[in-house]
Design a protein around this ligand. Sequence first.
Ligand code: LR7
Ligand code: MN
Length: 576
Amino acid sequence: VDLLVIMYYSGSVGIGESSSAAEPLVQEHKPQREILHKSNEVIEMDSEFNNKFDVTYPPRLLKSWRPAPVMPELDGQPGEMGKAVSIPTEQEIYMKEKFKLNQFNILASDMMSLNRSLPDVRLEGCKHKKHPAKLPTTSVVIVFHNEAWTTLLRTVWSIINRSPRALVEEIILVDDASERDYLGSKLEDYVKDLPVPVHVLRTGKRSGLIRARLLGAKHVKGSVITFLDAHCECTEGWLEPLLARVAQNRKTVVCPIIDVISDETFEYITASDLTWGGFNWKLNFRWYRVPQREMDRRDGDRTAPLRTPTMAGGLFSIDKKYFEELGTYDEGMDVWGGENLEMSFRVWQCGGILEISPCSHVGHVFRDKSPYSFPGGVAKVVNKNAARVAEVWMDEWKYFFYEMSPAARSVDLGDVSDRVKLRKDLKCRSFRWFLETVYPESPMPLDYYYLGEIRNADAGTCLDTMGRKSNENVGVSYCHGLGGNQVFAYTKRQQIMSDDNCLDASGNDRTVKLVRCHGLGGNQAWTYDDSTGSIHHISSGRCLSKPEIRDVTLPVLKRCDGSKGQHWVMKSKFKW
Ligand code: LR7
Ligand code: MN
């Protein structure tokens, strides 16, 4: 019995104070190798839900298994051992043309073996880790729409080659109304001869990845469902740590570390084991650094499972019955997006655990754009899905999303009453509980006084991020009243936040920057006086003032003088 299980049955409940730092963003899309951490609080997880249930498997559902043999390197083939593939210069124009088909370099993929070898990227401590002699079986479900042949089949072969044979019940491929010929009968014929049962299901009409996964899940015969995207490569020992965690506690949902397969060269690049999943005000999934408190909870053991607030969405194992008990997915979501946060919130708020197992590595081709169509339009679809998440799971924190993505207010999000009922029936906890207990580092502040525009009484203009990034200046511009770049939160921790950035001024800076919130006060601490309207920068003792010259759009810090140019209005929704 490991520490985690002991914690479950001991029933300790402790709510963490939300005083730790919001850890800086690691990277926009792709996980990164670098590390850095601070903050040091330890939070006990709530255990009330799990200890009411039998969370382990009956022995008859467990199977003996042996590790898969290590795959040999194929001499002279491009991409072996996860190396980058280079395309002959005379093919470069052709390569660029073909890139658009899948938004990755299909020539590189086509040059490599479907059985290419990969390095064993695991930490030393993972290679010798003992897993239970018996584990549950899994069905691997892969949905795809117009996926390339070689990436799809390399995903399939990497499962076959690198999983203990006894543990893979089947691979289920769900074709979401692809329009490419080779994904028809050619695919069905090809998979007949594989050494693992592979089934091809078809949605018939474009259903989106969420409903396509639901179709696949319905047919699963294994005890555990493992979802993968259709352009992945599983590495040595990827499956055992996932199944081992699910076996220890059926309510654990486990993700591998998602390594990067370069969309340009198909090089296999190991991702950091020190990032976890978060989200921003737009409800985009984001990678952030793991806070020190989670490192401490694991006693500094980097091979121990990492509890993550959210998951990327594509790659994880979940007990089949638990998947059903927990309400599978929200069938009202279309095409792409939202389901990853929805499931993350649902798992945590309804008594489960979401983890990343650092001993399991699966590569994924990260792309900058989607290659396929979004029936209904990208923005509409993504906003609809996110609004469904916000309405069902996020309580008053949904306003951060709506303020940031005002267009989401006017999308037709359909009927969410079934999902609201699910939340009630499962007696799920509040979003406040989630923020306090699971994700105190969230960019959505737990306690805040104000959320909205900040208007200068003299100039009549509003603070505006101008769409700038971290470490750039905050500006002012004409108040448009539409939210987005003009939305700020004034928090109980004296921050003025916009998404995961905070207003920050250091030393003798006259201008004010947007800097990743660190939660430590200092240059990011401000006091607002609602009677005078002054925004006072504590560390410098100066006040936020309208820009000095008319045409300049940068607000400045000046000696506080009570003038109208230092009067800022936070109107409406103020909750002192
Ligand atoms: O209409 C569709 N029908 C489909 O079957 C649209 C997509 N799909 C398939 C598609 O072919 C692919 O196999 O669904 C799968 C995921 O689509 P991608 O690869 O275009 O998505 P992604 O990798 O950009 O996006 C991530 O977020 C998605 C949000 O809905 C899903 O959760 C993806 O599974 C998820 N991918 C990962 O988690 C891998 C790591 C990426 C990160 C961070
Ligand atoms: Mn993907």
